[in-house]
Design a protein around this ligand. Structure first.
Ligand SMILES: NC(=O)c1ccc[n+]([C@@H]2O[C@H](COP(=O)([O-])OP(=O)(O)OC[C@H]3O[C@@H](n4cnc5c(N)ncnc54)[C@H](O)[C@@H]3O)[C@@H](O)[C@H]2O)c1
Length: 398
């Protein structure tokens, strides 16, 4: 049995005012384009695109949205932005998003990620606007116990490296602001609905970040050099960028579309990750990319001992399924195939990139394909994969 799980749920975004922080980044650009497709009025607040090339520039999104260059550490500018836009919903993605960079710039990482999020919540509080807010943190917010089980939203937070610690600290701060100022039991009075989203390792076309495995692989394949792999046996919850974005949109739709009483049920943290069968190690990921690319090879290089990397990281997605009806759609092979197809399409149109809407059209095609795809139901998955743990429905009931 298969289920689409999301039909019509995105209709709520039509004509809604949506503010995205971090809209110039990898996920923010995909989310901006998707929301434009859904008929939303999109506003952006972020620093300049963090990479060159950048998806934001390739898609020419600047022309289509009302966007402001600003720092999330600047409370006054954030307040002015929120006052001016008066969004119905905010997706907060702005962050220093790289684990590697967090070792080089630990204080900056902590500042941007924790104060950036608290400033956003404070700006909403001080402006006094009733709004839905989806705050993006990370699967790395959990204390990593190097076990095979998927982390659940109730598990202990922690963080070995500064990036992970910043995301765990952000979760604690979100919870504090929600309890203290935006309590779900008093939504009728303050009108603010706050949830957070913890996604796994995201891959997909349009990411040119440094020291992320997929952009690194693509650069090496394009340059016909070996792909250097430091930790081939580290396991991660790989997922296509459209998977967590569909989760953020589904969570946002629940916050927006529910009565004050019912919205309280969604004012919590949610994991968005792949089915357990997609939790592959780096070696499997790299080999699948090479196969999909059609050529290439990799070699094992010694890990950077100064920069610790966890070995095992899985996410439980029971809660997103039981409370939101959310499920991932693309399996591991689909995820890699879509990603490679995107970069190869860009490469083959390199000369015309700035003169045509080809990349934009192709990116929209992938968004539509994801929207039209059907999810594998937990029943089917359980029959194929007995270790899947969609067994705890009663745990999430009202
Ligand atoms: N990409 C992943 O694999 C992944 C996985 C889990 C969580 N996340 C989280 O998802 C979010 C988006 O990730 P991404 O991969 O698109 O990141 P990205 O680095 O591509 O983009 C980051 C965005 O934040 C903006 N930004 C950075 N510092 C800022 C500041 N001080 N003020 C205002 N804007 C600032 C950048 O301009 C950019 O728009 C981040 O919160 C990240 O931590 C990403």
């Amino acid at each position: 049995m298969e289920t689409s799980g999301s039909s019509g749920i995105y209709d709520i975004y039509k004509s809604k005012k949506v503010l995205i922080t971090g809209h110039t980044g990898f996920k923010g650009s995909w989310l901006t384009l998707w929301l434009k497709e859904l008929g939303a009025r999109v506003f952006g607040y972020a620093l300049d695109p963090p990479t060159n090339p950048s998806l934001f520039e390739l898609l020419d999104l600047e022309k289509e949205i009302d966007h402001e260059i600003g720092d999330v550490r600047d409370l006054e500018q954030l307040k002015k932005c929120i006052q001016r836009v008066k969004p119905d919903i905010i997706f907060h993605l702005a962050a220093q998003s790289l684990v590697g960079k967090s070792y080089e710039e630990p204080l900056e990482t902590i500042h941007v990620n924790t104060f950036g999020t608290v400033n956003l919540l404070e700006a909403v509080r001080q402006v006094g606007l009733g709004v839905a807010i989806v705050l993006i943190t990370s699967d790395k917010c959990y204390e990593n116990k190097e076990w095979v089980f998927g982390y659940r939203e109730t598990d202990t937070l922690g963080g070995h490296d500064p990036y992970s610690a910043s995301k765990a600290a952000t979760e604690v701060l979100i919870s504090s602001w929600r309890n203290s100022f935006f309590n779900p039991d008093a939504i009728k009075e303050h009108g603010v609905r706050v949830a957070s989203a913890r996604a796994g390792n995201v891959i997909g076309g349009g990411d040119w970040s440094k020291n992320r495995i997929v952009p690194d692989c693509i650069r090496d394949l394009q340059n016909h050099t070996f792909i250097s792999v430091r930790n081939p046996y580290s396991t991660r919850p790989w997922q296509h960028v459209l998977e967590p974005l569909s989760g953020y949109l589904q969570l946002g739709a629940k916050l927006l579309g529910s009565s004050s009483e019912d919205a309280a049920f969604f004012c919590e943290a949610f994991n968005f990750g792949p089915h357990v069968t997609n939790n592959k190690n780096v070696k499997e990921l790299v080999e699948e990319i090479i196969e999909s690319w059609g050529s290439g090879s990799w070699k094992w290089i010694s890990p950077d001992k100064a920069n610790y990397e966890s070995g095992l990281l899985n996410l439980s997605i029971d809660k997103a399924y039981h409370k939101l009806g959310w499920l991932p759609k693309w399996n591991f092979s689909d995820t890699i195939a879509r990603t490679v197809e995107w970069y190869q399409t860009v490469e083959s149109h390199q000369k015309f990139l700035h003169e045509s809407t080809m990349i934009r059209d192709f990116t929209i095609k992938q968004i539509r394909a994801h929207q039209a795809a059907r999810s594998i139901s937990p029943q089917t998955l359980l029959a194929q994969e007995p270790t899947s743990n969609f067994l705890t429905k009663q745990f999430y009931e009202k």
